[in-house]
Write a protein of this length. Sequence first.
Length: 413
Amino acid sequence: MNYKRKANMALGISVIFFCLCVVLRYFYRDAVIFKLLLFVAEASLVGGIADWFAVTALFTKPLGFTYHTEIIPRNRKSIINSTANLVETDLLSKQTLKKHIDNLAIVELLVKYFDEDKERKTNYIDKLSQFIMKYICKKDLKVAASYIENLLRKEGKNVSLSNKLKDFIEDKFIYENRIVWVQDLLNKLSKGELDELILTISRKILANSEEKSSFSLKNLLKKLNVSMAEDLANLIKSQLKIILTELMKEESGLPQECVENIIRSLDGIELSPASIEQWKLNLLESTDFKPIIEAQLPLAINEISINTIVEKLWDYFKENSTIKSAIDRGIKELICDLLEENHNVIGSIVSDTLNNFTDEKLNAFVEDKAGEDLQWIRINGSVLGGCIGLVLFGFLNLIFEPYVSPIIRGLLS
């Protein structure tokens, strides 16, 4: 049951109560109780009718009465302008909006929006990858290759290749990574895939020992009873298996020794950091990378590879608070600049929207927002009118008539 029906019911009850009291008063003229009830009913009815008239006059002409009625339709222009001004200057002022914008963590909200729904995130990454694919395919590969080459030369000079090489070696000897390539080598040794390579190396070792007359190497080979390349190859193969098996152990100290020996070699004369960096610079200066890049671009440009790159960039973006703060700040500055230039649009939107309302729709809009309170005014009018009638009746019959009225008559006589 809506409040308009409740208010109408309250007024109807007041009318019925009044009629009933009139009848009772007619038959029991000397009964004080019915005199009281009639007084209360009159006051309740007057209050209910007055408030019904007042509330109805806001929207229409009650009983066809034209004087100061239809308040909202007649003042629609003033109401619309006042509402638009209220929204623009008070409710959604520049200062209020900027304060709310400053308190928003826009980038964090975007991250949460994408990450809380995997399917949504995948769909957006796929769309972005397809867009990148289409964009790249429209471009000349030679232009892209030239750009990548210039980027490679520029950024390559800032990369310490010797440090990267050391990091790479140390990373490869971490147990989780080491176990992968060690197991692969052991499988290849077991299947004989490396036999030809080991035999070739063995022949070169034996040939070098003869050519250079290396006494220590000759003595070592004799002590090991190695005279043929096949024997040396078997020895190397068996020792490799022992070393690789030791490397498979998580608590083994051998991996650290290997890393230290390799890094010491890098720090030596032949592979010093300076020589590695000079070799890198010479390579960057003298090598024409464009043909290589052009040949590899068609293979590298596919949706799967771009998806992988985009996902890695997204993960990097999420972890980088500096980038997120910079983007967040940039978005807020952009929004605030747009707000500064176009804040008056808010008032225009409100004004245009309300101007499109007919009188009936405007009335319905106001009733929808404030109708409940307006109908309570009507209900309260009937209830409060009855209460005031009760108080007045008590005052007139218990105070005025017995005490005040004789005094007035005495003064006037």
